[in-house]
Design a protein around this ligand. Structure first.
Ligand code: GBH
Length: 490
């Protein structure tokens, strides 16, 4: 059939590319998956009684999306989930990570009214995955907050811990008999920093130095509350696991000078430690360096208290340890140095973090300005997590590469080859990595970039209303890695 023919042709192309070298075996305990998120693929934004999310609102009421596009149709996965599962199956992955659209199952955002059609959609998706022998891995929140809750302040509203837990409860109740693996949040750092501190994600509040810290405070409580709910009520019967996925670059010191080393470590704390320390460290709470610097800066700026809210000691212990694994999204590396002059301007980056972040122009790039190919950074990062958080079980929930428009995507193949080799290096270093997820199953709505940057293993034709999908060379490469559970060292 068409697929087999494409396989044969593209495998030829792909195999040319792989430099002959040592063949390395992945541990049998390592599982592989592929990921998507609801707003980026589903479409059907107003089908049946679905409510409006902040991404519906943001794309419909502003002109900030690069190609003026939106997720109204996206990949049409609401109508094509069977084709999606066929692709997942073709790849030979162990699990499929997808997210639930909050307003598809709770149209008003609150749990007093459920959408039957919404529940049926995810029920069918989950049942069909299981029938295909693919484990569902569900993200409860991948950025599409109900607009009604945003009107109430979104994540700056302390009530959000309750509202989120109500939503999580509906998900555990409805799907937890079959779903055994949950993520509460995808990338809290992006939710808060980009959505509230700056303007590069919805709701684009842009109140840096204030709003991102308020957001993070409530989001951490929401995560902990949902975790405890699962732990107390659902785990005994459903026997699953819950965590969250944190994103970070590896922050490499620009030089080995003590000040640059300090700057890079500080950047690790302001990226990963901000959410990682409260949940994964022995002591809990925000990293000391964040508490100290933000308190000092706030005083110097004339605020009566730190702009970083404080947890009570009860809250610290309530949040600490709310994980069954360490979820990590990682794409790239940046260089960090201590600033030569005192920086001014937006607070989070320039004043509170107070470092200069840049990229080596020699690093190979991608279609995304921020994504450079630096595989050794992945290895260093996994070792940093091992050292700082007591060698936790790590699940990589996202890793991938963007290009513009290319089915014979040899750059993506090379990225996956290098990053999977770095992962194997880290495993040999003793890092306890149990699973690896490629982002993404298919090209999809890339937030502010619209459809102009593609991360998919499958190509989606966004000019065709049917949104046909075709395997790229990288899909066949990933498939061949999963078949043999080996990879060549370049
Ligand atoms: C993920 O975010 C998302 O979970 C996913 O939905 C998305 O499609 C995918 O990645 C690809 O973008 O590097 O400090 O200069 C990625 C998160 C995006 C966070 C880029 C940092 C740039 C700021 N990263 N962002 S920086």
């Amino acid at each position: 059939m068409a697929f087999t023919k494409t396989v044969a042709l593209l495998l030829l192309a792909a195999s040319d590319l792989v430099v002959k070298g040592e063949v390395r075996k992945f541990p049998d305990t390592l599982s592989f998956g592929v990921a998507t998120a609801a707003y980026q693929i589903e479409g059907a934004w107003n089908v049946s009684d679905k409510g409006e999310s902040i991404w519906d609102h943001f794309t419909h009421t502003t002109d900030t999306i690069k190609d003026r596009s939106n997720g109204d149709l996206a990949c049409d996965s609401y109508n094509q989930h069977k084709r999606d599962i066929e692709m997942v199956k073709e790849l030979g992955v162990d699990y499929y990570r997808f997210s639930i659209s909050w307003t598809r199952i709770l149209p008003d955002g609150f749990s007093n009214r459920l959408s039957q059609d919404g529940i049926v959609y995810y029920d069918t998706l989950i049942n069909d995955l299981i029938a295909a022998n693919i484990t569902p891995f569900v993200t409860i929140y991948h950025w599409d907050l109900p607009q009604r809750l945003q009107d109430l302040g979104g994540w700056t509203n302390p009530m959000m811990a309750d509202f989120f837990t109500d939503f999580a409860k509906v998900a555990f109740e409805a799907f937890g008999d079959r779903v055994k693996s949950w993520l509460t949040f995808n990338e809290p750092w992006v939710v808060c920093l980009e959505g509230y501190g700056s303007v590069t994600k919805a709701p684009a509040l842009g109140m840096t130095g204030i709003a991102e810290y308020m957001c993070a405070h409530n989001l951490l409580k929401a995560h902990a509350k949902a975790y405890h709910l699962y732990d107390d009520v659902y785990r005994p019967i459903q026997k699953g696991r819950v965590g969250l996925s944190l994103n970070t670059n590896w922050h490499e010191p620009a030089t080995q000078s003590p000040t640059d080393l300090e700057a890079a470590e500080r950047a690790m704390q302001f990226y990963l430690g901000w959410f990682g320390h409260p949940v994964f460290s022995r002591e809990g709470d925000y990293p000391q360096v964040m508490k100290d610097r933000i308190a000092q800066n706030s005083l110097a700026q004339g605020y009566p208290r730190s702009r970083l809210p404080e947890f009570t000691s009860e809250e610290i212990s309530y949040i600490k340890g709310t994980h069954d694994f360490f979820g990590l999204n990682h794409y790239t590396t940046t260089l960090v140095r201590m600033p030569k002059k005192v920086l001014e301007g937006p607070s989070f980056y320039d004043i509170d973090l107070g470092t200069e972040i840049f990229r080596d122009p020699a690093w190979p790039g991608s279609a995304s300005f921020w994504l450079k190919v630096v595989p050794w950074g992945f290895r260093n990062l996994l070792n940093w997590i091992k050292k700082n958080y007591n060698n936790p079980e790590i699940i990589v929930f996202e890793n991938g590469f963007s290009d513009i428009d290319n089915k014979n995507d040899t750059d993506r193949i090379s990225y996956y080859n290098k990053y999977l080799n770095a992962l194997l290096d880290a495993i040999e270093d003793g890092c306890n990595v149990s699973a690896y997820t490629a982002w993404s199953l298919m090209d999809n709505f890339e937030w502010l970039e619209g459809y102009t940057e593609r991360f998919g293993l499958y190509y989606v034709d966004f000019n065709d209303p049917k949104r046909p999908r075709t395997a790229k060379a990288s899909a066949l490469y990933y498939k061949s890695i999963l078949e043999t559970r080996t990879i060549e060292r370049k």
